[in-house]
Design a protein around this ligand. Structure first.
Ligand code: CP
Length: 335
């Protein structure tokens, strides 16, 4: 049994094969329906447009039956900690929830964002790990506190489609946002870009560093793939000669549990840390990427997101194709 929790668990060759498979689905060259007679549970602790719609549609297109559950909404509130006395507001433990679902379903997808309250705890992805611990069927990470591997795979597919499979100068830039956001998307994008051997530049203000252990992994993946990793606190300089610009905002580790402090601290970055036409003009005719949803004229200007450089809709479409490839693979019916 194989989970899809982070791209770090998958080799570059395996990720390339998943993208190959996704391209076959996209171009109608793979019409297989390996999920006929099978159900897949999709557990959403948090809101979603792309992930929910693309997973439901992808499972349908593969012949299967998606079962969407929302703990605390359409299903019971869930406790994930072991050994806890459940006399609070949580009705069911993940231990039973997952084991029951595994009797009905062939795989379980789960979305569980960071609460941005306790960095030391959330960086270990406790809810996702609890699902993986108790499941006898594959778990697919639909965005956890630390990783969004389906998004990252769609991003790598989009770069390959738009700019070719060769090594590229890829800028991941922090952007100002009125409130702190989770780090899963930048973590997974940086990790996947490193695994694919791109030259990765992470631009962010001081204080908005990614996780130290993750950065070590990113550097190791990059070295193994023949790429490079640079860190910059100068957004304009980072854009020079970029082939790809990927924007995302995230919260500072030091301010987990202190959102108001992060909001106060980031005010100074509002004017400069936005993707605009002037910065894009410094690039090597770069494509503009964002996972969506995006706040216009906050993260990126209308001019950039509406320009021919913007590939955000293709990127969102590719979620459907890569997830069909992932489902096919983890359910053992691979292409
Ligand atoms: N990019 C992404 O995961 O979008 P949703 O949050 O709408 O699913």
């Amino acid at each position: 049994m194989r989970n899809f929790l982070t791209t770090a668990d998958w080799s570059r060759a395996e990720l390339d094969r998943l993208i190959d498979s996704a391209l076959l689905f996209k171009h109608g060259k793979d019409q297989a329906k390996p999920l006929i007679g099978k159900s897949v549970a999709l557990v959403f602790f948090n809101p979603s447009l792309r992930t929910r719609a693309s997973m439901q549609i992808g499972i349908y297109e593969l012949g299967g039956n998606p079962v969407v559950l929302e703990p605390g909404g359409t299903s019971w509130t869930l406790e994930h900690r072991d050994g806890v006395v459940m006399d609070g507001d949580k009705t069911e433990h993940v231990a039973e929830f997952v084991r029951v679902l595994a009797r009905y379903c062939s795989a379980i997808g789960v979305r569980t964002f960071a609460a941005l309250k306790n960095w030391g705890e959330e960086r270990t992805d406790p809810v996702l790990r609890s699902f993986a611990k108790y499941s006898k069927v594959p778990i697919i990470n639909l965005e956890s506190a630390m990783h969004h591997p389906c998004q990252a795979l769609a991003d790598m597919m989009t770069i390959r489609e738009k700019r070719g499979a060769e090594r590229k100068r890829v800028v991941l830039t922090w952007a100002w946002h009125p409130k702190p956001l989770p780090m899963a998307v930048p973590n997974s994008f940086a990790l996947a870009a490193a695994t694919m051997g791109h030259d990765l530049i992470i631009a962010r203000p001081d204080g908005y560093e990614l996780d130290d252990e993750l950065m070590s992994n990113i550097r190791a993946q990059s070295a193994g793939a023949g790429g490079s990793v640079e860190i910059s606190n100068d957004i304009a300089a980072a854009f020079a000669d970029a082939d790809v610009v990927y924007a995302k905002s995230w919260g500072a580790k030091q301010f987990y549990g202190k959102a108001e402090s992060d909001i106060e601290n980031r005010v100074q970055y509002r004017a400069q840390w936005i993707v605009d036409e002037q910065k894009m003009a410094r690039t090597n005719d770069a494509i503009f990427m964002h996972c969506l949803p995006v706040r216009r004229n906050v993260i990126v200007t209308d001019g950039v997101i509406e320009s021919p450089a913007s590939v955000v809709i293709d990127e969102a479409e590719n979620r459907l194709h890569v997830q069909k490839a992932i489902l096919t693979k983890v359910l053992g019916t691979e292409c």
